[in-house]
Write a protein that binds this ligand. Sequence first.
Ligand code: HEM
Length: 491
Amino acid sequence: KKKSKNHPPLPPGPPADPIIGHLRLIPPDNQEKLFYKWGKIYGDVMHLHFLGRSVIVLNSAKAAVDLMDKRSANYSDRPHFALFEMMGWTSTITMMPYGKRFQRHRRMLQQYLTPNKCLDYQSIQSREARVLLQSLLDDGSNLDTFLRRFATAIIIRIAFGHQITSDDDPYVKISQDAGYALSNAGSPGSTPVDFFPLLRHFPSWFPGTYYAGFARDNKAMTDNLHEYPFKEVSAQIAEGTAKSSFLATQLEAHDRDEPETSNTLEDIKGAAGVMYCAGADTTWSSLSIFFLAMILNPEHQALAQKEIDTVIGPGRLPEFGDRPSLPYLECVLQETLRWNAAVPLGIPHKSMEDDVYNGMFIPKGSLIIANTRGITLDENVYKDPFTFNPSRYLPKPEGNGEPFPVGPFGFGRRICPGIHLGDNSLWIVMASVLATMNIFKAVDDNGKEITPEVSFTSGITSHPRPYRCLVRPRNETARVLVAQSDTSDTY
Ligand code: HEM
């Protein structure tokens, strides 16, 4: 009350319960949908509170850019993720407060993932895209396994210098375990343990301790994710057999640099581990969303194929150099990111100082949630936002001249450092698959087409719920092209 006399009003929000605030109103799953609905009533900057802690939800690109990009010096902190810390993610940039350690981690990752550096990784991505095509040729119904392997293989190769050759590879297993733990640990920063860290010391039968038990049970997995690659690559360096990789580069610098300037081993393990868990799941999910969109929108699939046929022809597979010549494919990629962003609520930021925006007070220490799903469905920007329509970006009169989506890779000083790598992975798969394959609805035992539901899991990364589809070569020329494509490792 005292504060409200001295500062402008808080942003509007729905009525809340005394003391616990909006806690009871927030569903455990798919919160982005409710925030989007509320945004239409209360506006694009909304205030909620959980037990006295302010939460600001941003539902428009303008508000998110104004605050998180333009005032990023104030909006780049992270809340305390007590649950993830319990699980062992203590040296992980994603969970780190803003400060010197965060900046060191950011530098390590960014230096390795600049647009220029990413040019070096394109041969890995092209190779893995060809492996994906050949797998689809063998078994066009096992898409999900192949997409996951594609996404994992690229990260493992770049982060640890290891090439995945089978689904039994220990790195694949570690990635699956990490994906499971991260997708089932509740919304980051919003589980009971995050609000009441003391709960971690309570017995498992005590109400609200479920996630604490989950974190304890999965800690060994997180430790393994950090220790296994470290031991493997350290041994390879000692033997002189280490391939070029993020981890090898960092470990060699650690041995070379003075202790005062070098990163600690814990920092290095944490930075390598985050590439693994932040890079694979997001890429896999985005590709799964692409296939879902293609099954449901054959007319856009056909338009993209026509463009590829005209520009590239049937004699070769697409290469990264073709990208500027394929504007419609670019629209398909952007529309995949917009239609159902794989990280629907981004990762919460935290404000560091009191602020005022458009006459509304944003208290220091507020949790800032950019509702990417809400932003990309904003009817003020996108006509028929729930419709998958890549043409919306084309200039008038062919399209609507709408802007590419803002936010699927986050904002400000926290924007995804893997944006160029991730974007390239999406592009090469979309281009290679559309050039050579048709993506169809699966059919049931009676020959009737099965239309997949557009439904998503809840978690930091949201995946389409399992759906069936059929992927077949477009013609004999495409089949031969894929079968004969070179999958040797040239990196
Ligand atoms: C299509 C693929 C990807 C999508 C959609 C995606 C999306 C995101 C989003 C929304 C954030 C939160 C940004 C924020 O807090 O504002 C993020 C953070 C992050 N991403 Fe990605 N990402 C992708 C691929 C990758 C890849 C390939 C890597 C690494 C190799 C990566 C590494 C990270 C890291 C380390 C962070 C935490 C940054 C920080 O806290 O400062 N991501 N990503």
